[in-house]
Design a protein. Structure first.
Length: 177
C-alpha cells in the first residue's frame, strides 16, 4: 500500500490518529495474540516486571522503572519503541511534527488554511519518535524541556507568551537560535 503524500489522500485513506497510549496498547495486544516476546533480550523478568509493564500499557497508565544498576531499565525503555507504529504521518516541514488531522502550532494551522487538502504529508519512523535524555541528579527541567530566553524574545519582537517562543524549542532543551 502506497503512503499518502497529501492531506487529502490521507483523509481518503480513512487514516485516524490515535494517542500514543492507544497505539502502544493496540500493538501490545497484537504481540500478545501472536505470542511474540514483548521485550526480546530482557532475561529474568518474565514473571515479575514484564507482566507489570504490560498491565500498565494495557491500562494506559504511566509508570516509572526503579531499580539498581544493571537491571535492564534502559533496555526496557528503549524496547518500548517496538510498540509504536512503524511510521506516522505529519505535516511536512513542521518543526514539531504536527499531526495532520489535529495540528497544534500556528504555522501548521496557517498552512492548512492556505493549502487545504493539498498540504504535503511526510512520515516519522518509530525510532525517530523516541528521544533519550539521561536524568542524573544534576539535570534540571530546563535541560529536558528547554527554557525561554527573554532577551532573545525581546530582540525578536516576540511576547514571552508567544507560541513561537514556547513551542519551537529544540527537543533536547536548547532554545532556538
Amino acid at each position: 500500500m502506497q503512503k499518502a503524500k497529501t492531506l487529502g489522500e490521507l483523509k481518503s485513506s480513512l487514516y485516524r490518529s490515535v494517542s500514543v497510549r492507544d497505539e502502544m496498547r493496540a500493538n501490545l495486544l497484537c504481540k500478545l495474540s501472536e505470542g511474540k516476546p514483548l521485550f526480546p533480550g530482557i532475561i529474568g523478568f518474565d514473571d515479575s516486571v514484564i507482566p507489570q509493564i504490560a498491565n500498565a500499557i494495557l491500562s494506559r497508565h504511566n509508570f516509572i522503572l526503579l531499580g539498581l544498576r544493571g537491571q535492564a531499565k534502559s533496555r526496557i525503555l528503549r524496547s518500548l519503541v517496538t510498540l509504536l507504529d512503524d511510521s506516522i504521518p505529519y505535516i511536512a516541514g513542521c518543526e514539531i511534527n504536527d499531526d495532520p488531522l489535529h495540528p497544534l502550532c500556528r504555522a501548521c494551522h496557517e498552512r492548512l488554511a492556505e493549502m487545504g487538502d493539498e498540504t504535503p504529508i511526510d512520515y516519522l519512523g518509530a525510532e525517530d519518535r523516541f528521544v533519550e535524555k539521561l536524568a542524573t541528579p544534576d539535570v534540571t527541567m530546563a535541560d529536558i524541556i528547554g527554557d525561554l530566553d527573554p532577551i532573545k524574545a525581546a530582540r525578536g519582537g516576540h511576547a514571552l507568551s508567544s507560541e513561537r517562543d514556547l513551542v519551537l524549542r529544540h527537543r533536547l532543551g536548547k532554545a532556538p537560535d
